[in-house]
Design a protein around this ligand. Structure first.
Ligand code: NAD
Length: 322
């Protein structure tokens, strides 16, 4: 099988590439806007691996790369939820229009199977928690969530109009090795600068579900192998949730710090930022019903991820902390 992974130099993408390379030919297309060369350095030279440094808006290159592929995992996106409140165009361009560009390349080259990384934020502030895939109406509260919902709609409509097949994955918060953004990276970086005090965005009571990246990658592959509708939609997460203050406790303890003073920003009615969903836990019954079992709950996912991130920080070259 020959697979294209967009965004394969990113956090989740590079972990997915490791898994796919066990059995398949893998081509990564990435513009390195947030992806890192270090994330894929260990697979350069692998006989089944190829890297194309390009942007999804480069239609000519995209069509050349696409030709002959059996399957596309589409992860390339701007994943920063906070940004939408400052720049209203970024998710429209980098998520919706980039996905349109990808779908057009697939249509023109006759590549018919796509897996897409969507998000829990498409549900907005669901009044049913854990939230199942058939919850509605979907009312995202961030421009990021809106952009991912629009991508889901585009993908579904391409499938039905052009006889394609899709797997849409709505992720909880994914954490783990090679993470470059999100609450764990934020806390680790802040505590490295000042081990005595930690700024926590919001009230600290935002309660969400977390999943370790290895489990996430395994779930995606499992879902593709065990479902065959024209459009298959699965939540991917763990079966519990933790609040932000508990996360701060785990990070501080893992860094060997005691007595850290927490300073809560209060934020927007307890949210960390505009568009921050305060309570999120996904029902994972659909995928569990097919036989998938998450290897870690939220707390274990966070602990495993923090240990891996601290190892990344202290054992690798200095990293860009932005
Ligand atoms: P990431 O920023 O590490 O990865 C995104 C990758 O896409 C990067 O390597 C970046 O360079 C590349 N990219 C972006 N725009 C591109 C373009 N126009 N052309 C080519 N490459 C481009 O983010 P991540 O956390 O690994 O997220 C991967 C996917 O999962 C994203 O679609 C994100 O929205 C989704 N997701 C992530 C989480 C999470 O918790 N990390 C949760 C829900 C959904």
């Amino acid at each position: 099988m020959s697979i294209l992974v967009t965004g394969g130099a990113g956090f989740i993408g590079s972990n997915l590439v490791d898994r796919l390379l066990e059995t398949s030919q893998v081509t990564v297309l990435d513009n390195f806007s947030s992806g890192k060369r270090d994330h894929i350095a260990h697979v350069i030279g692998h006989p089944r691996f190829a890297l194309v440094e390009a942007d999804l808006f480069d239609a000519g290159t995209l069509e050349n790369v696409m030709a002959g592929k059996d399957f596309v995992f589409h992860l390339a996106a701007n994943p920063d939820v906070k940004l939408g409140a400052e720049d209203t165009k970024i998710h429209l361009q980098q998520n919706i229009l980039a996905t349109y560009s990808l779908l057009e390349a697939m249509r023109k080259t006759g590549v018919g199977k796509i897996a897409f990384t969507s998000t829990s934020t498409v549900y907005g502030e669901a009044n049913l928690v854990p939230t199942p895939e058939n919850y509605g109406p979907l009312k995202p509260i961030s421009l990021y969530g809106a952009s991912k919902l629009a991508c889901e709609a585009l993908i579904s409509s391409y499938c039905h109009t052009f006889d394609m097949q899709s797997w849409i994955f709505r992720f909880a918060n994914i954490v783990g090795q090679r993470g470059t953004h999100g609450v764990l990276v934020d806390f680790i970086n802040k505590l490295k600068k000042n081990p005595k005090e930690l700024e926590i965005l919001g009230s600290g009571q935002q309660r969400k579900s977390y999943l370790e990246v290895g489990d996430c990658v395994a779930a995606m592959v499992y879902a593709v192998e065990h479902s065959s509708d024209q459009t298959n939609i699965f939540n991917i997460g763990s079966d519990d949730a933790v609040d932000v203050t508990e996360i701060a406790d785990i990070v501080a303890e893992s860094m060997g710090l005691a007595g850290v003073k927490y300073r809560y920003t209060g934020g927007f009615n307890g949210r960390g930022w505009r568009g921050d969903v305060k309570i999120m836990q996904l029902s994972i019954d659909a995928l569990v019903g097919l036989g998938w079992i998450p290897g870690h709950n939220s707390r274990e996912s966070i602990k495993t991820a923090v240990d891996a991130l601290l190892k990344d920080v202290f054992e690798s070259k200095p990293q860009n902390e932005s």
